[in-house]
Design a protein around this ligand. Structure first.
Ligand SMILES: [Zn+2]
Ligand SMILES: [Zn+2]
Length: 306
């Protein structure tokens, strides 16, 4: 896992450069675990279970935190053997057949214990994904998958809480930006009715969470959902008129890649397709006014005005 530390503002990327990949990771996770499987992860790891004070015994503390995260990620028979060494990255894990897995943590965590839980959460999620046989091609996308799954399954708020900036320095763990961690965390919170805001010790982590949450709420307010705002509905009505007037045209629509809708003409009329705001699976419904759709993948029920 990457470890970005440095002078304030010099090292940390902000915004949503990996949003499409994070959304694809959520879809892939629903496909692999199913809606029922994901609902087994209905509680997040509690702050007390991963708290690690600098006066705690280093090796006993690491074992305790690793066990809490192994439980959180539902890997009951996996054992994490954790050691420290000097390295460029924050941490790494050797992906073997198990049940023992070897994790190395950067030496700096010996004296910086509060973020050991964050580092272990990411590495232990690598083990989970390895066992599930779930991966994305390319290191960058695979790491984004890992951060997204860590967060969606209730252990990733630790990574966002490890993001800290003060006047002189900054630290951020993982590959998602702080706002993207906030976004995925809010996506999870909406499904499980959680309030992650209360877990943060880092003011910067909390701020990033509120920004990501606003972005996640916007997903729920896109046409053709009935919750869409006036300007979205106006744009949708225009696009629909265009699709009706141009029978030969295909795929007209607008919005960013994860939220775009498009129209398709079939023998029995027009259909609109759009991404499920929960899992991003494409949903197709006939264009005929009020329609209630149920996502086939995550089973969210969506009220649409098509
Ligand atoms: Zn990694
Ligand atoms: Zn869905």
């Amino acid at each position: 896992m990457t470890d970005r530390r440095g002078a304030n503002g010099s090292a940390v990327v902000h915004g949503y450069p990996h949003l499409d990949t994070a959304r694809a990771a959520i879809t892939a996770l629903y496909r692999r675990l199913s809606d029922e499987g994901i609902h087994q992860y209905d509680t997040s790891v509690a702050p007390a279970d991963v708290a690690f004070a600098d006066h705690d015994d280093l090796h006993l503390g690491v074992q305790r935190v690793a066990r809490a995260l192994v439980q959180q990620l539902h890997l009951p028979d996996a054992r994490m053997i954790v050691s420290f060494r000097e390295m460029e990255h924050a941490a790494s894990v050797e992906l073997t057949a198990g049940p023992e897995y070897f994790i190395e943590l950067n030496d700096r965590f010996r004296t910086h214990r509060r973020d050991i839980g964050a580092a272990l959460a990411h590495e232990i999620t690598h083990v989970l994904l390895h066992r599930l046989g779930l991966s994305f091609p390319g290191t960058r996308d695979n790491e984004i998958l890992t951060d997204t799954v860590t967060t969606y399954l209730g252990a990733g708020w630790l990574l966002l809480d490890a993001f800290r900036e003060d006047r002189d320095s900054s630290q951020k763990l993982g590959y998602l930006t702080p706002e993207e961690f906030g976004y995925v965390l809010a996506k999870r919170a909406m499904v499980f009715n959680e309030d992650p805001g209360i877990w943060f010790t880092s003011p910067q982590g909390y701020t990033a969470y509120t920004k990501g949450k606003a972005q996640a709420v916007r997903d729920e307010q896109q046409p053709p959902l009935t919750t869409a705002g006036w300007s979205g509905r106006h744009r949708y009505a225009k696009d629909r008129r265009y699709a009706l007037d141009h029978p030969g045209g295909s795929g007209s629509g607008s919005g960013d890649a994860g939220r775009a809708y498009g129209f398709e003409r079939l023998a029995d009329g027009l259909r609109v397709s759009f991404a499920c705001p929960t899992c991003f699976q494409r949903i197709r419904v006939p264009v005929r006014g009020r329609v209630r759709a149920r996502c086939q993948l995550c089973h969210t029920v969506l009220d649409c005005d098509t």
